[in-house]
Structure formats: C-alpha cells, structure tokens
Write a protein that binds this ligand. Structure first.
Ligand code: TYD
Length: 233
C-alpha cells in the first residue's frame, strides 16, 4: 500500500513574524553655525529615499516638559541661570526625551536623528561653562540610561565662521554669551571629537554644503542595510 507523503511542515511550529530590527540612533552635534539643521534636513531626505522610517528630534525639546525647559534655557535672555542650573535643565529635558520618545522609537525599529546630545552639555556647560566634566558625565549617564548613539557626528566650524554664519539671526541665550565662550565651545568640540574615547566622528563643516552632506552620508550609510546589489545609496 502506497504511504501518503507527510506534509513537510506538519509538526513544525508556525514561523513567527520576524521582530522589527532595532532603529539606529544618529546624532549631529557641533558649535552654533555649523549647519546642523541643513544637514539634518538633507539626511532626512536621503533616508526617505531609502525607505527608512525615522523621526527627527532636537535637544533640548521633543516632549512637553522638554519644550518648556527649552524656552527657559534659550528664550528668556533676562534670566541669569548658572551653568550648574543649565546642566540640570538640559539633562532633565534629555531624560524625558529618552524615556518618552527615543527608546520607544528605536524599539519599534524607527531610526532617530537627534540635533545635539550629551556632547553639547559636556562642551557648553563643562568645558566652556566650568561645570566639572566628571559630574556631567555622571548626569548624562543617568539621563540616557547609558544609551549611546550608533553614529555621533560633530560638524565643526571655527567660532569666527560660526558667528559669521549666524550674524543675520537673533542670538539665543546661549549664543549671546560672547565670542570667548563660543571659541571655548569650538575648541572643546575639536578636542573631544579628535579623542577616540568619545566615539564621535569629526567632520569639517566649514566648506560647501554638498561636501558636508557627502561626508555625513558616508558615515550614516554604514548603518543602512545593504541592498541585494550590495549598494547602500
Ligand atoms: P541650537 O541647537 O543651536 O538650535 P537652533 O539652531 O534652533 O538655535 O540651540 C541650542 C542651544 O543650546 C545651543 O546654543 C547650544 C545649547 N546647548 C547647551 O548649551 N547644552 C546642551 O546640553 C544642549 C543640548 C544645547
């Protein structure tokens, strides 16, 4: 008697739908006037073309509490906040953003592009503002829960270039701290970006927008899954 061929899948558990891969966390940081907003926009367009789901955030901000903190920090120029107060406020906004927005987005496979992150606090409040760097590192670790960007880029311009580029815009409270402060900011970014331990990539942003765009994409493309033909662009 002919035996019936067993169904090849019989007895096997139904295959589960593949869990979404974790999203990538990309940070663009750097001194005022480096062109971060332009590059965030260009990067967004490139990710869109590649069909990658992403959100764009800026620090401080991105949550209800974060936007209130942002206005305290940047808009109310008459308020004389100490650098320590600023540190607590930036870190508070960050803690909220991580918990409410960044972690959930990454977990559901959405990429996060963030305009500024922990390096900004280290530079503006620490190296330029005088708050002990070790204290800021502890506070940032608490605020982020140790989450690090997959790609942390510093778009760098000198203080002079930064000031020239922003000349047509009204300065916010941080920018109105004067040239010596902005020079300390630019110097600290360059120093930190060049120290390997900070895991950040230094990009000279003093040239053409298109050149900077290419350099930014060269770094981010390393995170993009390869297509069948092996291309990432
Ligand atoms: P910025 O990112 O330049 O936004 P916009 O392009 O809208 O002006 O503004 C944020 C300002 O806040 C900038 O001067 C840097 C400062 N800042 C700190 O001093 N510490 C921080 O931790 C962060 C996130 C920003």
């Amino acid at each position: 008697m002919a035996t019936r061929k067993k169904n090849a899948t019989a007895g096997k558990r139904p295959t589960r739908a593949k869990a979404a891969a974790r999203g990538k966390f990309i940070v663009l940081d750097g001194p005022d006037g480096a062109g971060k907003s332009t590059q965030v926009q260009l990067l967004s367009e490139q990710l869109e073309r590649r069909g990658i789901r992403f959100i764009v955030l800026r620090e401080p901000g991105g949550t209800t509490a974060g936007e209130v903190i942002r206005s305290l920090l940047l808009e109310r120029r008459e308020d004389r906040l100490t650098a320590v107060t600023e540190t607590f406020l930036f870190e508070a906004a960050r803690a909220q953003l991580m918990e409410e927005v960044v972690r959930p987005a990454l977990a559901r496979g959405t990429w996060v592009i963030c305009d500024r992150f922990t390096l900004s606090t280290l530079v503006y409040q620490g190296y330029a503002g005088g708050v002990p760097v070790k204290a800021i590192e502890v506070m940032s670790a608490l605020a982020t829960g140790g989450l690090k960007p997959d790609c942390h880029l510093v778009l760098w311009v000198s203080a002079e270039t930064g000031i020239r580029r922003r000349a047509s815009r009204a300065a916010d409270r941080m920018e109105s701290k004067g040239k010596a402060f902005l020079k300390a900011v630019a110097d600290a970014y360059r120093k930190l970006a060049r120290e390997k331990k900070n895991r950040v990539t230094f990009i000279d942003a003093g040239g053409l927008v298109e050149d900077v765009r290419r350099k930014v994409w060269a770094e981010v493309a390393l995170l993009v899954p390869q297509r069948q033909d092996g291309r990432r662009t």
